[in-house]
Design a protein around this ligand. Structure first.
Ligand code: SAM
Length: 214
């Protein structure tokens, strides 16, 4: 994603009611924070938040947390979020997902969405890919035993890498397609911002779902 420095975005985020600021103090207390026992789903690298906003509107019975590394991007999600003050099941965190186990306790999250994650094409940066075995180990810590992950991308090398990572880390792949929009899994699919853009250019969308390793 091309990042523009949005003047004052850090300051605006620091005061925003939809952003959880002291996220590490929330570890183990997210259910309390939402004030209900509904499952918690997270999108890591949510960008401008189109997908997670739509999910939150469609599923009031689920709590959603959108995680984004950059203030300049998160500010766009906040702008959209402000248009829906009635939603009480969607909050954001500005953080690098590398530290996700500092923010969520064991078994605290039910499902993780990874949508069009940055590819980090250089081999020496493979550990930074959100589907690397290193990241899968972090998700293993915070996910419930019946939890899972859904990953979508149009980047075939990243998808191939992610399939191998899942196998290496022992995560069963329960659904997989290299052309989501022409597959049985398209029903109920919510398109992300990048998905709209890249499928509009004719790229096929790859998708896989993983379940928690036994
Ligand atoms: N998920 C959105 C979509 O599908 O439209 C945005 C995709 S964009 C290519 C990837 C986003 O992930 C960017 O906004 C980037 O800043 C964020 N990101 C990348 N690495 C991250 C990390 N380690 N922690 C949190 N966010 C990250």
């Amino acid at each position: 994603m091309r990042l523009r420095n949005v003047t004052g975005s850090r300051e605006m985020i620091a005061e925003n009611e939809y952003v959880v600021h002291d996220e590490t103090t929330m570890k183990g207390k997210w259910q309390e924070f939402f004030g209900n026992d509904n499952p918690i789903h997270a999108e890591i690298g949510m960008g401008k938040g189109t997908f997670i906003m739509e999910m939150a509107m469609l599923h009031p019975e689920i709590n959603y947390i959108g995680i984004e590394k950059y203030s300049s991007v998160l500010i766009r999600a906040i702008e959209k979020r402000k248009e829906h003050p009635e939603l009480n099941n969607l909050f954001f965190i500005r953080m690098d997902a590398e530290y996700i186990t500092d923010v969520f306790a064991e078994d605290e999250i039910s499902y993780i969405y990874l949508n069009f994650s940055d590819p980090w094409p250089k081999d020496r940066h493979a550990k930074r890919r959100l589907t690397s075995v290193q990241f899968l180990a972090r998700y293993h810590t915070i996910l419930k035993k019946e939890g899972g992950i859904q990953f979508k991308t149009d980047n075939v090398p990243l998808f191939d890498f992610s399939v191998e990572s899942a196998k290496e880390a022992g995560w069963p792949i329960i659904a997989i397609t290299r052309d989501l929009h022409a597959s049985e899994y398209v029903e109920g699919n919510i398109m992300t911002e990048y998905e709209k853009k890249f499928s509009g250019l004719g790229n096929k969308i790859c998708m896989m779902r993983l379940t928690y390793p036994k």
